[in-house]
Design a protein around this ligand. Sequence first.
Ligand SMILES: Cc1ncc(COP(=O)(O)O)c(C=O)c1O
Length: 397
Amino acid sequence: MRVSLSQKLRNLDVSVFVELFDAKNLVAEKGMSIIDLSVGSPDLPPPPVVMQTIQKWAADQTKYGYTITALPEFKQAVASFYENRYGVSLNPEREVLQLMGSQDGLAHLAMTLIDPGDVVLVPDPGYPIFETGVRLAGGTPYKMPLLEENGFLPRLEEIPSEVLAKAKLMILNYPGNPVTAMAGREFFEEVVRFAKKHELIVAHDFTYSELVYDGRKAVSFLSVPGAKEVGVEFNSLSKTFNMAGCRIGYVTGYEDVLAGLALYMSHTHYGIFYPVQKAAEAVLRMPEETIRSQRLVYESRRDVLVSRLKEMGWEVSVPPATMYVWTRIPEGWTSEAFVFRLLEETGVVLTPGRAFGERGEGFVRISMVQPSEMLLEAAMRIGRFLSANRQLKGSVR
Ligand SMILES: Cc1ncc(COP(=O)(O)O)c(C=O)c1O
């Protein structure tokens, strides 16, 4: 019997990450050493309290049943973290919902809110699940261009009124992936006014809230007056505490949206492994120093990588936040051609900007998920690649 996939699934593009993975393996088989700076999976260890707590509870044979929902102490720890870090007061019972990573909530948000015919405003370029989640729910994504000349913020006043008439949800992500830009308080205030005027729900993905450099601080959308009446904010322990494989995150804010998502999840989820919830609770209660030390690691990686690439003749952009460099490629290439050729010739794997939407064309994303020595080696190889491809010499910015 031939399996025919659902129309919804057939409408999705095959991810460029799959092609990149296959190409990487082919290059490795030829004997070239690979430096993989494509996927944003943290290479740093979680704080010791995470492993200690998991070990402790994993030894308890009574903790292997379904947890069904979040432990109250986990929700309280999230509320305290939000109060301490962002000055946002949350009711732990009604304004915090546990997720199996922020991806889990982002993937199902549209299922909870969107019917066919509804429009969702998504950033372009943007993290792929924003758009995919909408398509899977049968909604229609409207792509808000994030352009360099606008500080990578969407121009809300340029969204056509016929789109707004059908729009129900707007998704934002600052500091973001792949665009590492940060949003200020004024922008979020404008978003709240806009959302109220056009009756939009706002979902802000704040996964990179703590990977912010040069003494800056990211603004929580929920810290803006009125935000909790229109929006929710997704966050995660994956990047802040290097717990990506533990699959734990949360969403906070507008309680009616959280209640909808909780209803959806009551049909699809049976809760997160108890030791993981306890570890998350413990680490959320750690002093800020725990986060500061790993922030410094990324900051120094960024400085090393950016300055070496500049020395090699590539004027890359300096990210203010996140674990990525998002930068223009030399003229004369598509982002996919650049990335695949670079991989074949040097073994360095980057992500083509096009993987994040049409407006990602002309850019690449470099993940700083390797120690500085490897980033330096990658920069050397990239530099040699750039000068070997002579036709580019004049156009390397
Ligand atoms: C912007 C953004 N949101 C969400 C996620 C998913 O993270 P989590 O591990 O919490 O599911 C990622 C992961 O890379 C991301 O970059």
